[in-house]
Design a binder for this molecule. Structure first.
Ligand code: 13P
Ligand code: SF4
Length: 378
């Protein structure tokens, strides 16, 4: 295993009593590498991907080198909806998922016949950690009359208990669809995304009280001040952000939808409230436009994440090369849990397919209109 130091991570989660508590976790901090090492590692990874009949599927929050490598080698960099679709459709025998654990598990559940590797299997998510399967099962048992809708950022065991899985790109549309059928919803785990979807759709939703430690740090008061200093800037917000931040947004959407908005809208300045790993792709998609990070806490010394997910940051060129060389870090999902979880993921993909929901922008507003179907204003 490549040497790395550890950092401790604090996040809020609901305790079984219903009260909020602070939990501790940890994340590995990859070693810095020199320019020469980076170039050598990239060449090695490109060769290994071909030799191993493998394709790299990356999220927008991982290291910029990994995002570039994914695109240069015929893989993809995308939001969690498109990562799931791409991995399932791709003919490669091995999927290498650069992201966090639930993304690797979703790929494995959708493609049990493929080998799924991850640069670091300990890359987790505060939403996943804050929604243990046994506590979640008790919550569901207490509300048997509700349709269970879970966000992608959950373990396979939590998905196995759900009727539907959603991602931020399609959550609004799926809940609106269920609401129109008169269904009452039990939603987990993100309370901010849940309350945004609830307000937009008017659905009856009972919310698990989890949060993303990155988005939970964005502050409405500071964002208001930043907006005043940049009156022409449009505000792009990921719906895992708190209500006060969402209320100031011009566009609320998934990572792909935020990039599409930056590319397609005529404004030249944007304030961006999501993990700052997205700026790499945003700048490439909309060259010449200015992107400003939304403020986290007033004093950065107290900032838990400083707008970068500590677990996404665990994906590095070094551990990617290592897993391709050794075959270590294969994702395994208990087959019975995988089969049970498959139902709710497949339901979402079938729904997205029926709506022909695209997830990438072409830059042409007319062609990209459908991309904004699940995107709301504040
Ligand atoms: P997206 O599906 O919008 O990429 O979000 C995934 C995620 O983990 C955001 O924090
Ligand atoms: Fe989870 Fe937040 Fe990291 Fe996304 S950014 S993986 S929601 S902790």
């Amino acid at each position: 295993m490549v040497d790395a130091s550890l950092k401790s991570v604090e996040f809020e989660r609901p305790a079984p009593s219903g009260a909020m508590c602070v939990s501790q976790a940890w994340a590995r901090v990859p070693n810095a590498v020199s320019q020469a090492e980076r170039a050598e590692l990239k060449t090695r990874i490109k060769r290994l991907l071909v030799e191993q009949n493998a394709v790299l599927v990356a999220h927008y929050y991982v290291d910029a080198d990994l995002q570039d490598l994914a695109e240069e080698t015929g893989g993809c960099v995308a939001d969690s909806l498109e990562m799931a679709r791409f991995g399932r459709a791709h003919p490669a025998k091995t999927l290498v998922v650069a992201g966090v654990r639930f993304m690797g598990e979703t790929s494995k559940i959708l493609s049990p016949e493929k080998r799924v590797l991850m640069p670091d299997l300990d890359a987790t998510c505060s939403l996943d950690l804050g929604c243990p399967a046994d506590e979640f099962a008790a919550f569901c048992d207490a509300h048997p009359d509700r349709t269970v809708v879970v966000y992608a950022n959950t373990s396979a065991a939590v998905k196995a208990r759900a009727d539907w899985m959603v991602t931020s790109a399609i959550g609004l549309e799926i809940v609106a669809h269920l609401h129109a059928q008169g269904k009452k919803i039990l939603w987990a785990p993100d309370r901010h995304l849940g309350s945004y979807v609830q307000k937009q759709t008017g659905a009856d939703m009972l919310l698990w009280q989890g949060a993303c430690l990155v988005h939970d740090e964005f502050k409405g008061v500071e964002l208001e001040l930043l907006k005043k200093a940049h009156p022409n800037a449009l505000v792009l917000v990921h719906p895992e952000s708190p209500e006060a931040v969402v209320a100031l947004a011009d566009v609320v959407g998934s990572t792909s939808q935020m990039i599409a908005a930056a590319q397609s809208m005529s404004a030249t300045e944007f304030i961006v409230a999501t993990d700052n790993g997205i700026l790499h792709k945003m700048r490439a998609a909309a060259p010449g436009k200015v992107f400003i990070e939304a403020p986290t806490a007033g004093n950065s010394a107290t900032c838990k994440s400083c707008a970068h997910c500590p677990w996404m940051a665990m994906n590095s060129l070094q551990n990617l090369a290592e897993v391709l060389e050794t075959g270590r870090n294969e994702i395994h999902v208990d087959p019975a849990i995988g089969r049970a979880a498959h139902t709710c993921i497949d339901r979402m993909l079938t729904f997205a397919q029926a709506r022909k929901q695209p997830v990438r922008a072409s830059g042409d507003l007319a062609r990209d209109g459908a991309l904004f179907a699940g995107v709301g204003p504040a």
